[in-house]
Design a protein around this ligand. Structure first.
Ligand code: 3NM
Length: 210
């Protein structure tokens, strides 16, 4: 799997009146290396239409494209991969459907889930929520930065920290051992999406992550 450091997830509720593709293109121009389409409310047809547009955009800029949950949509648009939650399609089945070459990521919230994901063949795991967040409805209590240290020490596949990460606290996350960070609201809800991404990128670069 190609490495990534700055991961942005879509969240259209954070940019009312602004076009999804325009916002995500700004994020890419600011330095995001991977985008996930996450849409828990639209119809399958609507999700497919957004996925097609985002696939085109990410191809144009050579950025990875992941679809949350909708494995059929991921395959239909030839996304780079799928991201699943603990209650979605099990890893084994997701792998069978996606094949050996696609990226499969899974959200994990405790070390047992992280170990299980690694053993089950996930390409990367989400680790969170690090801080409180309002961007996910069924979110569990924050796992804290101490937990990042545990994951960094024990888990051998790439992990991305997520949940409540902002420009003002991202250094704590990196100092705890995360090499990749993922945000919804701080990126797509910003007035200057590109500028925020550039700032994240600068902080990552200063920490030695390209
Ligand atoms: N997954 P924000 S936290 C989508 O812990 C998601 O697995 C999480 O949004 C997890 O950057 C989260 O706005 C929401 O806090 C992230």
């Amino acid at each position: 799997m190609r490495e990534f450091q700055l991961y942005a997830i879509t969240g259209e509720e954070f940019h009312p009146g602004r076009d999804l593709i325009e916002v995500m293109e700004e994020a890419i121009l600011g330095g995001v290396d991977i985008i996930q389409l996450r849409d828990k409310t639209s119809s399958k047809r609507e999700v497919l239409a957004k996925a097609k547009a985002l696939r085109e955009l990410t191809k144009k800029h050579d950025v990875l494209f992941i679809v949350n949950d909708h494995i059929d949509v991921a395959l239909a648009v030839d996304a780079d991969g799928i991201h699943v939650g603990q209650d979605d399609l099990p890893l084994e089945d997701a792998r069978r459907i996606m094949g050996p070459d696609k990226i499969i990521g899974i959200s994990t919230h405790k070390i047992e889930e992280a170990r299980e994901a690694e053993a089950g063949g996930a390409d990367y795991i989400g680790v969170g929520p690090i801080f409180p967040t309002k961007s996910k409805v069924d979110v569990v209590d924050p796992v804290t930065t101490a937990y990042i240290q545990q994951v960094a020490a024990e888990i051998n596949i790439p992990f991305v920290a997520i949940g409540g990460i902002k420009l003002h606290n991202v250094l704590q996350v990196l100092d705890a051992g995360a090499k990749s960070v993922c945000m919804i609201s701080e990126i797509v809800g910003a007035n200057d999406v590109k500028g925020v991404c550039e700032e994240f990128k600068q902080i990552l670069t200063a920490k030695g992550h390209k």
